[in-house]
Design a protein around this ligand. Structure first.
Ligand code: B1M
Length: 231
């Protein structure tokens, strides 16, 4: 880090400069700076959702490009992910409105073989914020864990996340098992993750593919409305 950057006082930057600095700090895995900057933007009356999407998610998108291109490696990306999670921790209670009406219950988890959890955590956070009850199964979930949780929790929705082309196919194993057990139609199945698309969602028999957390919330609401209208 240069002396100039050492002297940087985050609170003296304009909003635009601060957001760009956050992208840099996320890239460099500087957790304390990210925490400080998130608090500064909130104190400047930024909406928590804007801090999340414009500063943190956009910063992680940039990290992803250089990871793909072999400029960043796993240890550096882990530091970036740690810094991102620190920022998300501050935003979580602000995104989750207290006393929001219960819209339904979702079991969500990242599929077997996959340890990426930032996107899944974001979806869980936004769903809770919108009034859903969320049971988060974490990462690396085999089909048995999903099915056991759906039954035990009497959930309405199954959410599955996958970030690898090699693990996204596992979603089909889960859905096929639900079909084999005769319980597929008891649940709304939503899937998401960077390598997926709408076509893939349809091909594996999910109800819908969700491009991002906001779409996941809207889709879940839409399907819950349909479910209630059928009753
Ligand atoms: Co990984 N990784 N990674 N990684 N990693 C990717 C996914 C990759 C695209 C990077 C790249 O090459 N550009 C690439 C996959 C390539 C491919 O499959 N085609 C990759 C690879 C190769 C790997 C390893 C194999 C690397 C290695 O070891 N050589 C390894 C695999 C480990 C494993 O899982 N078995 C690995 C490891 C890691 C880290 C551990 C270092 C770290 C994860 C840390 C963590 O999650 N705790 C990591 C990270 C951080 C990434 C990138 C850089 C960022 C992912 C992320 O958090 N994005 C990623 C590059 C990228 O995606 N551009 C990459 C931010 C997040 C907000 O977005 O997760 O897409 P996303 O979630 C979005 C939507 O997709 C959607 O909503 C979210 C919010 O808007 N969504 C859902 C997601 N899940 C949903 C579920 C829903 C609905 C919507 O349910 C209803």
């Amino acid at each position: 880090m240069s002396d100039e950057e050492d002297d940087l006082i985050l609170s003296e930057l304009s909003d635009d400069e601060l957001v760009l600095q956050m992208h840099d700090d996320l890239y460099d895995g500087m957790a304390e700076e990210i925490t400080e900057a998130v608090n500064i933007l909130l104190a400047r009356k930024w909406l928590p959702y804007d801090v999340l999407t414009k500063a943190l998610v956009e910063g992680m998108r940039i990290v992803g490009i250089d990871f793909r291109d072999g400029i960043l490696f796993v240890p550096e990306v882990l530091l970036a992910a740690g810094a991102m999670k620190g920022g998300m921790k501050i935003l979580k209670p602000l995104l989750i409105e207290s006393g929001a009406p219960q819209l339904g219950k979702m079991v969500i988890g990242t599929v077997k073989g996959d340890i990426h959890d930032i996107g899944k955590n974001l979806v869980a956070m936004m769903m809770e914020g919108a009034g859903f009850e969320v049971v988060d199964l974490g990462i690396n979930n085999p089909v048995e864990d999903y099915l056991a949780a759906l039954k035990a929790e009497k959930a309405d929705i199954l959410g599955m996340s996958a970030l690898l082309t090699t693990t996204m196919t596992y979603m089909k194993i889960v859905i096929d098992t639900m079909v084999a057990e005769g319980i597929r139609d008891d649940y709304i199945v939503l899937v998401g993750g960077a390598p997926l698309n709408e076509e893939f969602g349809k091909a594996i028999g999910a109800d819908a593919y969700c491009r991002d957390a906001a779409v996941a919330v809207e889709t879940a609401k839409e399907y819950m409305d349909r479910k209630h209208n059928q009753l």
